[in-house]
Design a protein around this ligand. Structure first.
Ligand code: C2E
Ligand code: CA
Ligand code: CA
Length: 751
């Protein structure tokens, strides 16, 4: 029985969960993207506002400063040439202004600053402008006295006193008032730059990411910024345009707005992190997303729990079906295997016992199924009652039980199994007509964890190894013993095979092939037997081993030689020789020229090749159809015949029919083992097909007259089976076929 895993359901649930998660994520991503767009818009708007306000404030301040100077000019005009008054006017103006100094320039540009010094200022742009009549501010920070750089303000002086312009100088550090534009939380801020990008006034704000003397250089050097954006901004600044760009420094994203001031060609750069103003909005989005996620999780948790509950309920039901044997109410194979695997994981050796009731079929037939089941329950209960802690029991199929025993010592295992067999038979004690139940056990001692299939297989191998050998109530075979015996036997065969061959222990039996048309023997198959001191050994006991060690090659050649020798004798005796087929082990096919040896033998005995037939098993085709084809061609080229043995037992029968031009098809005996109508239809079609392909047909392993009648009806050519004759010694075969005393049996080959 197969366990229905809860995995399928869970898989479905997690699949669904994943799908919903993907959906939720998509929706979330969409919301975030939308949110980001909103944030970007908001930032831009906020920034524009900030910069507008800042610009306005600064413009006000600048014009205030210029007005202040103009005021000074007016007063200077009143003061006329009075040097002292002039100095007093300028000094008074300083007190309430951001100016570091205020001075007056004559019409040639000679600047006199009281208490500071006299300098030719005609080269300063602002001064020159003022002398020409325009109030202005220097476009860049300039140095006038002692290495101090600052902004130079200059306004024309009214009247025609000797004063041409009033000039004021402001240090960047004292532009505080002027520059008091930072946002209250200190995140956004503004710089003032010249149209060439040189800083006039840099904000002290810790978020002022841009260092150096020039904003373009700073942007280029230390930030990520879209290509061409700097050039665009440079152009805008030269042309007095405003605009905005994004940039980031060390991963911190900033939005920058530039806006021209009224004076000096100066620009205000307002900078904010994009989410400053909109952090509230962000919070909202995050909260919304979080809530959605939480809700999803809760819903799915509930849904999952429900599903698990349903699955669990169904699984309990399925488990009952999968894990409880309806006949004995004990463990099923599935459950047992689970428990045994767990036992293997716990480590330490234990025994796996496969146990069957020797004559259960008989019992079932005699007493009926209901009593049969009752008996199985009895066995189950009895065995169960004799198990110890941690030992498991299960009915695997029909009358086969599996048991684990913690004992591993052969003697201990045997004695426990004997006790079990006794207990199973205890019900006979009061009976007049005892019905003795034979308990047949195979034991595999599990040392290391192994695959359950392998473990059970070994226990079963041991169980079947000596099935028919004993009539005792309890028979126990250990896999290790069976294996051990097999190895011993193989060692023994290995040691004796060459000698056995030399001494002619491998002898040929012939099994007649009977024509269904005439009822006569029209051929035979040569089958080898080993006549050893242990008795006559059937080929199934040694051919498989000799195929593994390659000795089969010598056996086949020996059989072939004996066949050739008999044919020579038949011909020499003037008898019409019958065609004989020999088996060709697939092992030969590994040698390209293997037929040469057979050819040599045939020549030596001078037997017509067409009387000799090689039987190749269909299973060879499974390995290589091309190889099989080339071998068959070679066999034909040398004049031999070729038969396909065991046809229908492999997997590629139809391919073989199409590709391999054999002379005879030997239909495998499995078709005659009581296969019913279907098998008969197959045989009929195969015979039909073979006819069309010009092949002869031999039905193998035919045991009953009705089978013969059927085969005759479907026009099969020959029958080889116990129904007519088992394989027999050559002498007997000759007597039957040629009549008594016609062949001199002493003319065997010199082996
Ligand atoms: P196979 O070639 O299929 O030989 C036919 C087998 O079916 C023979 O078993 C034969 O005794 C058996 N048989 C014949 N009629 C009946 C029947 O009516 N009912 C049943 N149940 N069986 C029947 P055998 O002689 O024991 O040979 C077994 C296998 O050993 C052969 O199967 C063949 O594969 C192999 N073998 C035998 N002799 C040789 C040999 O000389 N060389 C090689 N390479 N293999 C051989
Ligand atoms: Ca054969
Ligand atoms: Ca066969």
């Amino acid at each position: 029985m197969k366990t229905v895993e809860p995995k399928g359901r869970l898989g479905m649930f997690f699949g669904l969960l994943a799908a919903v998660a993907v959906l939720a994520c998509t929706a979330g991503a969409f919301t975030v993207a939308r949110g980001e767009a909103v944030v970007a818009e908001e930032t831009e708007r906020y920034l524009a506002e900030l910069s507008q306000q800042t610009t306005y404030k600064i413009d006000q301040r600048l014009s205030f400063n210029l007005e202040l100077l103009e005021n000074v000019g007016n007063q200077l005009e009143v003061a006329a040439d009075d040097e002292e008054t002039r100095e007093a006017v300028m000094g008074a103006a300083l007190g309430t202004s951001p100016f570091m100094w205020i001075g007056s320039a004559d019409r040639s540009g000679l600047l006199t600053v009281p208490g500071v010094g006299v300098v030719d200022a005609s080269g300063y742009e602002a001064v020159a402008n003022a002398l020409r009549g325009d109030p202005s501010v220097s476009s860049e920070l300039v140095e006038v006295f002692d290495g101090e750089r600052g902004a130079l303000y200059a306004v024309p002086a009214p009247g025609d006193s000797g004063v041409g312009a009033v000039v004021g100088f402001v240090l960047p550090s004292t532009m505080e008032l002027l520059m008091n534009t930072d946002t209250t939380d200190g995140v956004g801020f503004s710089h003032i730059v010249s149209s060439a990008g040189n800083f006039i006034r840099r904000s002290d704000n810790p978020n002022a990411l841009l260092g150096g003397a020039n904003v373009f250089e700073a942007l280029e050097k230390s930030s990520d910024i879209g290509e061409g954006k700097i050039a665009l901004m440079e152009r805008d600044l030269l042309q007095g345009e405003s605009g905005s760009i994004d940039f980031s420094v060390d991963g911190a994203l900033r939005a920058l707005n530039y806006r021209p001031l009224a004076e000096g060609g100066w620009y205000v750069l307002s900078i904010v992190p994009p989410d400053t103003y909109t952090s509230l909005l962000n919070d909202f989005i995050r909260t919304a997303l979080g809530a959605t996620a939480l809700l999803s999780v809760v819903l799915f948790g509930l849904f999952g729990a429900y599903l698990l509950w349903i699955t669990g309920r169904n699984n309990r039901e399925l488990s009952r079906i999968a894990f409880v044997d309806p006949v004995t109410e004990g463990h099923t194979e599935a459950r047992f295997d689970q428990l045994v695997r767990e036992r293997m994981e716990r480590g330490g050796a234990f025994s796996l016992v496969a146990l069957d009731i020797g004559n259960f079929r008989l019992l079932n037939d005699r007493f009926g199924k209901a009593d049969g089941d009752r008996f199985l329950r009895h066995v189950h209960k009895t065995v169960g009652s004799l198990l110890r802690d941690g030992e498991e029991l299960s009915r695997i199929s029909a009358d086969v039980f599996n048991v684990t025993l913690e004992d591993t010592d052969a003697l201990a295992v045997r004695s426990r199994l004997r006790a079990i067999a006794d207990a199973v038979n205890a019900f006979n004690e009061d009976s007049d007509t005892p019905y003795l139940v034979k308990v047949n056990c195979g034991v595999y001692v599990v040392g290391e964890p192994v695959d359950m299939v392998v473990a059970r297989d070994r226990a079963n191998t041991a169980r079947k190894s000596g099935e028919a050998q004993s009539d005792r109530l309890c028979r126990v075979s250990l896999f290790s013993d069976v294996e051990h015996e097999r190895l011993l036997r193989e060692k023994e065969m290995e040691n004796s095979m060459e000698r056995a061959l030399a001494e002619g222990e491998f002898i040929v039996y012939l099994q007649p092939k009977i024509s269904l048309e005439t009822g006569e023997t029209v051929g035979a198959e040569a089958l080898v037997r080993w006549e050893s001191e242990r008795g006559l050994v059937p080929p199934d006991d040694f051919i498989p081993f000799f195929e593994r060690n390659g000795f089969v090659i010598k056996i086949d050649l020996c059989v072939f030689e004996q066949v050739c020798a008999r044919m020579r004798a038949w011909m020499d005796a003037g008898l019409k020789p019958l065609p004989v087929s020999v088996n060709l082990s697939p092992v030969h096919l590994r040698r390209p020229d293997f037929l040469l040896a057979f050819e040599e033998v045939r020549r030596r005995y001078d037997v017509p090749a067409e009387l000799l037939e090689f039987e190749l098993t269909e299973r060879v085709a499974f390995e290589s159809l091309e190889l099989l084809r080339s071998v068959v061609d070679d066999i034909h080229a040398r004049g031999f015949h070729c038969a396909m043995d065991d046809f229908g037992s492999g997997y590629s029968s139809l391919n073989v029919l199409r590709e391999i031009p054999v002379d005879v098809l030997k239909i495998d005996r499995q078709f005659f083992g009581g296969g019913g109508d279907r098998a008969e239809h197959v045989v009929e079609s195969v015979v039909d097909l073979a006819k069309k392909l010009d092949m002869g047909t031999v039905a193998e392993g035919v045991e009953t007259i009705p089978q013969v009648e059927f085969l005759r009806r479907v026009d099969c050519d020959m029958v080889q089976g116990y129904v007519f004759s088992a394989p027999m010694p050559v002498e007997l075969f000759e007597k039957i076929v040629f009549g008594a005393g016609r062949v001199d049996g002493s003319e065997g080959p010199a082996a």
